[in-house]
Design a protein around this ligand. Structure first.
Ligand SMILES: [Zn+2]
Length: 383
């Protein structure tokens, strides 16, 4: 029986730091790496040898001499490792083929309308074959698969304990996926937080909150460079933070939860309340906003107000450096960014507001797949 791999971010790990340095800065010398990272040259030399033996880096000639000894340059071998990153949403799969450099070599998107876990596993398998074939990379060259899911994942076992929007309870996707490769599963917002911190707007930040807006609201927390899980892997369930005492009922059984007031579903419901018109999708609501439909404008003003209130609470409690907002709402960035910042500033403790940045996801719908792909790379390289 296959077992899901336990994984974690290990940004403080020297070997990872060295590999990341080479990935970001291109050809580098041992001395240059040691100086920039503040690590002893002996330690750098040890890990450079390990990375050479693993074929992750290659020698790349000599750096220009400045009178002293010539020093050898090392660069990444991006094609020494391929992984597949998957964002399993409620109605589609977004699959990326990623190399060690974090470059996306191929993309596949498959829609589905039934969410039986065996059928999804089979669809995932077909899509893996498709992405390998269309990029002419044999499956044998893929080292692992990371899957982001909209639900609660047991970080130790990889079991999806509860994914209400897929109708799943205790699903062991790595076990039923018919492919003989290491598989990791992660909550979609946690994965997206890693994606943003590794490849997106939050690169270089140690304390990041990713706010994922969809049917509900989920968040991924990176605290001191580590993905934060909490006691039962439930950290980040701010969608159920009470924001209106005795407010509207939530699907969780409680009342007044943040997601009932600020999620995409909340926006659609508001539009219906104000206009009597039931829009078929959130895309339609965005279209109405872009056409300056007065009801859509009113709906977004209200949503942004609650979104800002919730984010201000997160900033007050967690003191992050960067907030990244993801989901389809990113398309309306230019129309709501200023208003959102204004609300956050109004509601936030002044000292906490200073020094926090807010961005809408630049990775858009690739953040989750890139993030969980990056976790897979981490677990293959450093565990
Ligand atoms: Zn709730």
């Amino acid at each position: 029986m296959k077992k899901a791999i336990n994984h974690r971010i290990m940004r403080s790990n020297n070997k990872r730091q060295i590999l990341e340095f080479i990935r970001k800065n291109g050809p580098s010398t041992k001395r240059g790496i040691a100086q920039k990272l503040g690590i002893s040259i002996t330690t750098v030399a040890t890990f450079i040898n390990e990375l050479l033996n693993e074929d992750r880096i290659t020698a790349f000639g000599n750096a220009a001499s400045s009178g002293g000894r010539k020093s050898e340059l090392y660069r990444l071998n991006p094609d020494s490792l391929y992984v597949i990153g998957v964002d399993l949403q409620v109605d589609r799969i977004i699959m990326l083929l990623i190399n060690l450099q974090g470059e996306v070599l191929g993309v596949e998107e498959e829609k589905f309308n039934r969410s039986d876990e065996w059928e999804i596993a089979s669809l995932l398998r077909q899509t893996i074959t498709k992405i390998c074939d269309s990029n002419k990379i044999p499956l044998a060259k893929i080292s692992g698969i990371g899957i982001g899911v909209p639900g609660i994942v047991n970080h130790q076992t990889g079991i999806i304990e509860f994914a209400p929007n897929l109708g799943w309870k205790n699903v062991d996707l790595p076990m039923i996926l018919p492919v003989d490769l290491p598989v990791i599963v992660e909550n979609e917002a946690k994965a997206a937080a890693v994606g943003e911190a590794t490849f997106g707007s939050a690169q270089g930040y140690a304390n990041v909150i990713y706010v994922s807006l969809g049917l509900g609201i989920g968040t991924g927390l990176i605290l001191n460079n580590n993905l934060f899980y909490g006691h039962n892997f439930l950290a980040g369930e701010f969608g159920h933070m009470a924001i209106v005492p005795n407010g509207l009922p939530c699907r969780c059984g409680k009342k007044g939860c943040w997601e009932v007031y600020a999620s995409n579903n909340a926006a659609l419901k508001l539009y219906q309340d104000y206009s009597g018109i039931e829009l078929s999708s959130y895309d339609e609501l965005l279209k109405a906003l872009f056409k300056e439909d007065p009801i859509a404008i009113k709906v977004f003003a209200e949503i942004v107000n609650y979104l800002g209130l919730g984010i201000a609470n997160l900033i007050n409690g967690l003191n992050p450096e960067m907030i990244v907002i993801g989901g389809k709402i990113t398309e309306a960035d230019s129309l709501i960014h200023y208003q959102l910042l204004k609300v956050i500033k109004e509601k936030c403790f002044e000292y906490s507001y200073r020094g926090v940045s807010l961005q809408f996801s630049g990775l858009r719908n690739r953040a989750t797949a890139l993030g969980v792909g990056s976790l897979m790379i981490d677990s293959l390289l450093y565990n």
